[in-house]
Structure formats: structure tokens, C-alpha cells
Design a protein around this ligand. Structure first.
Ligand code: RFL
Ligand code: PHB
Length: 399
């Protein structure tokens, strides 16, 4: 016999999208159940994004979830673009009339949101198995799962939010969903190192051996990425080989500037793809975040898009479930996909400009270098980059 219960919104997935949605719904006075198939420890340790758009920072603040971000986040005015051994600064704050970006890791946002939900007395069902969603075209969709203690649960919901990432169960429930996809012939090898960053802002570097990104997590911890082949085996990359490659790809002509080295504490290879699925709604099922779209990380947009989606969704569900007004919910997919496609274009553009074609194509090389020279010498081009990077037309949260 399954244990039956009732809630307003059933949320599949306790990543940033699911957790922020639950938080915003609570502020709107709407009840939810969050079901996650991993453990709390796993969710809090998964190394991923690190860069927040100005609008995302404002959103987390407005939702009362920004206290630790304000204390520990690193606010940056711009980024560096490096190519042909020269480093150029793009001053986002000046170009956009005051916008910025903040380095605050996804792991920390996830920890903050988990703690805040548990402190409010609302549970998260971690370690759930056999999670399933049914009856999404009825007005009582059902979220079923087996809890950590082996009990089967059936939760009758008004709405289900599929926040279960790219490999989740929600997207396949939308019949005739259209998908758009681009895979790239490279991947990122990412490392986390106990080393004080030797740069004040992120460096996006195009080198003839491949792209490299210098990011950070705190004044003591660096986060670095190298373009590698998607078939690359992590075992083939010793720490020494990684540091040597990073030193080479970030070297500046005529300067003795170096990447600060330290103990590598995490190493992984991530393939890169662009993917968009729509519509993001079917009946009473709404997709949000990576469940509906993936961008290559070069534009730093994935987390920001996920948090924007659920803000639009929380506003729409508040109108629907509190006032019986479903117009915003009906418009949800179109509203989100407009922003998703802007970010998809920007991420593809940054990726195409900065990564070296592994097949070796001198024509591509020259186009990329020309584009980089243009962006670093034309204020109009730099402004377009700055506007997109710091977040175009941010979503606002309002009660
Ligand atoms: P998530 O984080 O994948 O969370 C989905 C959650 O759903 C759970 N789940 C299920 N739960 C129950 N039942 C099932 N059947 C389930 N199937 C899955 C999963 O366990 C998980 O907890 O998706 P969400 O919430 O949409 O968040 C999206 C972001 O995680 C992602 O877009 C970003 O990390 C992308 N990204 C970046 N985004 C940025 O905005 N800025 C960045 O600087 C940035 N850098 C990155 C990145 C992603 C990277 N990788 C590893 C893909 C750098 C990297 C290297
Ligand atoms: C990161 O800090 O992990 C990061 C920052 C910027 C990106 C991608 C990843 O474009």
C-alpha cells in the first residue's frame, strides 16, 4: 500500500532549479514537495558553475537567499580576453552602465537553499528511487517515489515541475517535443586547486593548442579549465601535465606572469553541447533548467538560465494557483524560450570564437582572431559581449 498525500507543486530534482523554485513558491505561500534521487552530500559536492549574472545576484537577494553570497561572493567588473599572447580587459561595468558578474559557486547556492528549506521545516526527499510522474494532462498529476526507508509514496499535485536536469525523467513525458542540438568536437577538462588565483578577474584565453579558462572559487581556490578532446581520458592528465599546459595557454608575451599552482582537489572532463527542447510545458507538467536546455559553459549561462526559468515559473504558478489565472502559465514556455535562445546564441558564439578546431582549419583560425581583435577594439562589439555576459533583460522576482 502506498502512502498517499497531497501538495500544490510536486518538484522533481533538488538542483539549483528545483531548490530555488521551492523557495520562491514558499514566499508566495504555495506548498511543494521536492523529490531528489541523490543524497544531500552528493548534491552539495557536485562541482559545476561558478559565475552569476548581475540579475541572478539581485534575484537571490530579493528572495532573501543572498546573505552568504553577499558576504563571500567576489564581485567582478569585467573579464579578460586573451589571444596571440596578449591580454585585453573588457570592462563590463563601464560598457553596461553599472552591470557586473559575481563569482559564487553553484555548490554554495545549493547548500544555502537546502539549509533554508530544512530550517523552515519543509523536507526534501533525498535518495528517492523509482521516481515517476503520471496523469500530467489531468488536473491532479501524480508524483510517485520510493523513500529512503523503502516506503512507496503517491503525491497528488496541482502541477509538476520537472527540474531533473538533462538526464531526468520529465522531458520524455512531453510528446512530440521538438529538440535542437549542436555537439562540439571538444570537451573541457576542469580542475579545482588550492591555489590563490593570480588574476583578479576571469581570463578566457585562445591559444593555438586550445582554449583555457582561469576562474576561481574564493581568494584561496582556483578553478581552471582546458579545452581537450571529448575522448580524452582523465588518467592521461597528471597534475604536472595539467599545470604545464595551463602555463603555456595563459603565458603573456614579454611578461613573467604565471598561473599560481597548488594541490589539485578535483578533476573531471565535461563534453560540450547546445540543446534546446520545446515546448517546456505539457498539460500540468513544466520543465525548467537543464531538463529543457543545455549550453556549452563558455558563456557561463546554464545556472543563470535555470534560475531565471524557475522565477518565471514561480510568478506564473502564483497567479494560477492563488488567483486561478493561468495566462502566465500558458505563456511560460514562450517566455523562457526567448531568453534561452539568446543565451544559446551567445554561448555558441563565445565557444566558436575561443575554441580551436581540432581538425586544424587555418580559415577558422583567422576568422576567430579577427573576431577577437574586433571585440577588443570596437566599443559596440565589446558592449554586445558585456550585455550578454552580465545578463540580457534579467527576470525580476516580485511578490
Ligand atoms: P541539475 O543541477 O542537473 O539538477 C537536476 C537535479 O535533478 C536530479 N534528478 C532527479 N531527481 C529525482 N528523480 C529523478 N529521476 C532525477 N533525475 C535527476 C539530479 O540528481 C539533480 O540533483 O539541473 P538544474 O537545477 O537545472 O541546474 C542547472 C545547472 O546545474 C547547470 O546549468 C550549470 O551547472 C551549467 N554550468 C554553468 N552555468 C552557469 O550559469 N555559469 C557557469 O559558470 C557554469 N559553469 C556549468 C559550468 C556546467 C558544467 N558542467 C559540469 C556541466 C561549468 C561546468 C563544468
Ligand atoms: C566557473 O567558474 O566554473 C566558470 C566560470 C565561467 C565560465 C564557465 C565556468 O564561463
Amino acid at each position: 500500500m502506498a502512502a498517499s498525500s497531497r501538495t500544490q507543486v510536486g518538484i522533481v530534482g533538488a538542483g539549483p532549479a528545483g531548490l530555488l523554485l521551492a523557495h520562491l513558491l514558499r514566499l508566495h505561500g504555495i506548498e511543494s514537495v521536492v523529490v531528489e534521487n541523490r543524497t544531500r552530500e552528493y548534491c552539495e559536492a557536485r562541482q559545476r558553475a561558478g559565475l552569476l549574472e548581475a540579475g541572478t545576484v539581485e534575484l537571490l537577494r530579493a528572495a532573501g537567499a543572498g546573505r552568504r553570497m553577499d558576504a563571500e561572493g567576489l564581485e567582478h567588473d569585467g573579464i579578460y580576453l586573451q589571444f596571440e599572447g596578449e591580454r585585453h580587459h573588457v570592462n563590463i561595468r563601464e560598457l553596461t552602465g553599472g552591470r557586473w558578474v559575481t563569482v559564487y559557486a553553484q555548490t554554495e547556492i545549493v547548500k544555502d537553499l537546502i539549509e533554508s528549506r530544512l530550517a523552515a521545516g519543509d523536507p526534501i526527499e533525498f535518495g528517492a528511487t523509482d521516481v515517476s510522474v503520471t496523469d500530467v494532462t489531468s488536473d491532479r498529476p501524480l508524483l510517485s517515489y520510493t523513500g529512503e526507508d523503502g516506503t512507496r509514496h503517491e503525491v497528488a499535485c496541482d502541477v509538476i515541475a520537472g527540474c531533473d536536469g538533462f538526464h531526468g525523467i520529465s522531458r520524455p513525458l512531453i510528446p512530440d517535443i521538438e529538440t535542437y542540438e549542436r555537439t562540439y568536437p571538444f570537451a573541457w577538462l576542469g580542475v579545482l586547486a588550492d591555489a590563490a588565483p593570480s588574476t583578479d578577474e576571469l581570463i578566457y584565453s585562445r591559444h593555438s593548442d586550445g582554449f583555457a579558462l582561469y576562474s576561481m572559487r574564493s581568494p584561496e581556490v582556483s578553478r581552471l579549465y582546458l579545452q581537450v578532446s571529448p575522448e580524452e581520458r582523465i588518467e592521461d592528465w597528471s597534475d604536472d601535465r595539467i599545470w604545464a599546459e595551463l602555463q603555456k595557454r595563459f603565458a603573456v608575451h614579454g611578461s613573467d606572469w604565471r598561473v599560481a599552482e597548488g594541490k589539485i582537489t578535483d578533476k573531471s572532463v565535461t563534453p560540450m553541447r547546445s540543446f534546446v527542447a520545446g515546448p517546456m510545458q505539457h498539460g500540468r507538467l513544466f520543465l525548467a533548467g537543464d531538463a529543457a536546455h543545455i549550453v556549452p559553459p563558455t558563456g557561463a549561462k546554464g545556472l543563470n538560465l535555470a534560475l531565471s526559468d524557475v522565477t518565471v515559473l514561480a510568478n506564473a504558478l502564483s497567479a494560477a494557483l492563488r488567483d486561478g489565472e493561468w495566462a502566465l502559465a500558458e505563456a511560460y514556455s514562450d517566455t523562457c524560450l526567448r531568453r534561452v535562445w539568446r543565451a544559446t546564441h551567445f554561448s555558441w558564439w563565445m565557444t566558436s570564437m575561443l575554441h580551436v578546431n581540432p581538425a586544424g582549419d587555418p580559415f577558422d583560425d583567422q576568422l576567430q582572431l579577427s573576431q577577437l581583435r574586433f571585440v577588443t577594439s570596437s566599443e559596440a562589439q565589446a558592449t554586445a559581449l558585456a550585455e550578454n555576459y552580465s545578463g540580457f533583460q534579467p527576470v525580476r522576482f516580485s511578490l
